[in-house]
Design a protein around this ligand. Structure first.
Ligand SMILES: Cc1cc2nc3c(=O)[nH]c(=O)nc-3n(C[C@H](O)[C@H](O)[C@H](O)COP(=O)(O)OP(=O)(O)OC[C@H]3O[C@@H](n4cnc5c(N)ncnc54)[C@H](O)[C@@H]3O)c2cc1C
Length: 504
């Protein structure tokens, strides 16, 4: 058997790529720097609580299912997805609450109470979102954008759909009430974008959520990671943790091996990086092999914002709190300007509060609730000293929750821990501590994003949040589909284990 395809990184993009490559007949090995697979979807266990570190809102679940079906497996043997209702509860400082759901009648009934004149606008906005989805998702989400001609072909549609407008500008054409504008524009934040700058093509997220729903896996998002790793094991793919790759060895313009931190050299028929492409190009490939992705070109890329995430468990349960709550603070545009443009740590915040124990109480000891609270913050270009700020910032957020959404919280806390841009920069090796890879701006989308097939090095590929179509679980799982389309066929195909012959 020849050398395997080496996948560097075991985020969802890397794991999905490994399944797809294996189904194509490659032999595959996954190398992960950390002590567990999953990347941003790692799991922290503390004092009897299970905390999913990152993704908690599972959308477009067919993308997970098809990885299992591709190799003749039933996804239900590996994980269980539970529908979440409401998808999110959005709460404003003035006490207004909005349950963001799929059902149009339920949405309209709430709009009627807040701003009746926006009902008709919402109907038209939903139709617009579907129109954008039919092009931006159905036609383009898993299409390769390797060549400039791929991009030029779609420009007329982008112009027709007004992709030059931001999500906020587009929504404002249909909705007048500022609170409702926030309800229908915060979604780009879930993939690292500023609603005031992210192109309106991202309005497709609204239709995607309405079409397929929002789910939470029983046992937490970590169960999806475990399911994929189990599937890979059955496919004879090793997922090796604690194995950071330091260098990609290029000979005569082709990636032929990787070198790990211990100096081990592993021959590769090709290398698929799920690691941050900016980091890979700048730090893992010698400059002599890079014509397009020079250090200067990499430095010009604009990373997404970062995140502060506080995980905590407490005695008692807060039964009025939904599974997903968005607590909007006093400022919207001003706060986003601070995070994305001025890159300063603002005194106020808007928070996403995750209460997984609402859907699955087994994630905490009996009689307890487990949570995480997430606050978008500027990336490391801000110069914020998180070693100094982190604990104080967390304390302040816990005060806010104690006085509002989770009364009595502080006296009942039993465990807490947090991550901040240092985690993204250090543990996950993301340039500038970006939480979502490259920011999803117009000039960093589609052809302008990192290509799945390297222009500089043959046999080198990328998958994950900084490639097309972008961050978020649907994004990175689709990037693995794009990869499958552009990757070379195996020189000597390796059959799947008999019971796993590819489903036709
Ligand atoms: C807090 C948070 C909440 C989120 N919530 C949601 C959500 O609810 N829904 C949603 O859809 N999306 C959400 N996202 C976004 C989503 O989680 C990510 O876009 C997605 O998981 C990224 O997957 P990826 O394939 O790019 O790989 P990543 O998860 O980024 O993993 C990359 C892997 O590569 C490894 N690696 C890096 N360098 C090396 C090296 N040199 N050698 C070996 N390994 C290396 C890293 O250790 C890591 O494991 C959230 C993100 C965060 C941070």
């Amino acid at each position: 058997m020849g050398a395997p395809m080496v996948v560097v990184g075991s985020g969802f993009g890397g794991l999905a790529a490994a399944v797809r490559l294996r189904a194509k007949g490659h032999s595959v090995t996954v190398l992960e720097a950390n002590n567990q697979p999953g990347g941003r979807a790692s799991v922290f266990r503390r004092d009897g609580f299970t905390f999913d570190a990152g993704p908690t809102v599972v959308t477009a679940p067919y993308l997970f299912d098809e990885l299992f079906r591709l190799v003749g497996r039933d996804p239900r043997d590996y994980y269980e997805l539970m529908p979440v209702d409401p998808f999110y509860r959005v709460k404003f400082e003035d006490g207004t609450a909005f349950d963001y759901v799929a059902d149009e009648e339920r949405i309209l009934a709430q709009i009627e109470k807040i701003s009746p004149q926006d009902c008709d606008g919402y109907r038209r906005l939903a139709a617009k979102s579907k129109e954008i989805f039919d092009v931006g998702y159905t036609q383009l989400v898993d299409a390769p954008f390797d060549r400039l001609s791929d991009m030029l072909r779609v420009v007329p549609q982008m112009v027709r759909l007004r992709s030059d407008l931001s999500v906020y500008d587009m929504v404002s054409r249909y909705i007048q009430d500022e609170r409702l504008r926030q309800v229908f524009t915060f979604q780009p934040l879930l993939v690292g974008g500023n609603p005031f700058a992210t192109p309106s093509i991202y309005l497709l997220i609204h239709w995607l959520e309405r079409k397929w729903g929002v789910f939470f896996p029983k046992g937490g998002t970590g169960s999806l990671v475990r399911g994929l790793v189990e599937l890979l094991r059955e496919l004879d793919v090793e997922v090796r943790t604690n194995t950071p790759v330091e260098r990609i060895v290029v000979e005569r313009g082709r990636a032929v091996a990787v070198e790990t931190a211990t100096g081990e050299r592993m021959a590769a028929s090709g290398v698929v990086c799920n690691a941050d492409p900016s980091f890979v190009y700048a730090k893992m490939i010698e400059a002599t092999h890079r014509r397009k992705h020079t250090d200067r070109a990499v430095a010009k890329k604009n990373p997404s914002m970062s995140l502060f995430v506080g995980y905590f468990g407490a005695k008692g349960t807060w039964d009025d709190t939904a599974h997903h709550t968005i607590l909007l603070g006093p400022r919207y545009r001003g706060l986003l300007d601070d995070i994305f443009k001025k890159k300063v740590l603002a005194p106020d915040y808007s928070l996403y509060l995750h209460r997984p124990t609402r859907s699955d109480p087994s994630l905490a000891p009996p009689g307890h609730d487990g949570f995480y609270v997430l606050s978008p913050v500027p990336n490391d270009r801000s110069g914020v000293d998180w070693a100094d700020q982190s604990e104080r910032y967390f304390d302040k957020i816990l005060d806010t929750l104690d006085q509002g959404e989770l009364p009595g919280l502080k006296s009942r806390l039993v465990t807490r821990m947090s991550i901040d841009p240092r985690y993204f920069a250090g543990t996950l090796r993301s340039v500038d501590g970006a939480a979502f890879g490259l920011e999803p701006s117009l000039l960093q989308s589609a052809w302008f994003r990192y290509h799945n097939r390297s222009e500089d090095v043959d046999g080198l590929y990328f998958v994950g949040a900084s490639t097309h179509p972008g961050a978020g679980l649907p994004g990175v799982l689709n990037s693995a589909k794009v990869l499958e389309r552009v990757v070379e066929d195996p020189a000597e195909p390796v059959a799947l284990p008999r019971r796993l012959a590819r489903a036709s």
